[in-house]
Ligand binder design. Sequence first.
Ligand code: SAM
Length: 277
Amino acid sequence: MLRTGLYIIASPIGNIQDISARAVDILKQAEVIACEDTRITKKLFSLLSISLQKKFISYEDHSENQKSQQIINFINNGQAVVLISDAGSPLISDPGYKLVRLCRQQNIYVTAIPGACALITALQLSGLPTNRFMFAGFIPNKDKAREDLFDELKDIDTTLIFYETAPRLLKTLAAAAQKFSDREISIARELTKLYEETLTGSANELIEHFTANEPKGEFVVIIAPPQHEQISIDDIRPYLEKRLRETSLKTAVKEICAQTKLNKNDVYNLALELKHE
Ligand code: SAM
């Protein structure tokens, strides 16, 4: 018997086998299923041989407020409610955030059963740095909004990840060619499906590819972080000497670290050495 509360369950993003055994077990036991398109979720249940004898509630972006209260009423009446998306992890460019927030405010038990998420799978396949990344959701469709977003993000020192649709991909790559001309870009398409592919190159190389091969399916766009000029500790020696004559050691070290991203201890040790020369 399931504990009363909300169960956030990830569904597959293409390959049906990517649902976890725990997810299937909970889907079988839950009494209420909150989902985006009830037809899609019912089809998933049928493929997994799970009974449809449950209450299915459609829970979409535009009905989040009204449906959240209905879901909370079910939970307060002692039922276990599942939140599931059409594909992938709920709340990730999908509805659910408001519901989870309300549940937490009311001390309702909430748990998540992890699984497929397109942005993570695409990042794993991209070959781009994974230590720091920013997911920025869907790229806006309007030219000005897209440009503004790219301007806002272009100097941030992280890998950038976006969701994109097939009809908009070439426009997005054209904008990326303006704003991210020197950056490597990875395009992941149809992840976990028959025609899965991951391509990397400059925006212009990818434009060439997708002009010859019409974009089809679902896409994740990943942009490499900005490249910083590689400055070595030896390069800064003359400048550091000069600054040590003009200002305090602390200020000189702080300035150089901010400008170069060199290791603070290395700069500090060099400054001490120069001071004692
Ligand atoms: N919640 C989902 C997740 O965890 O990834 C994302 C839902 S969002 C409404 C749908 C977008 O995710 C698609 O337009 C596409 O950009 C991306 N996406 C979903 N499945 C994908 C797949 N199999 N391959 C590539 N991108 C995918």
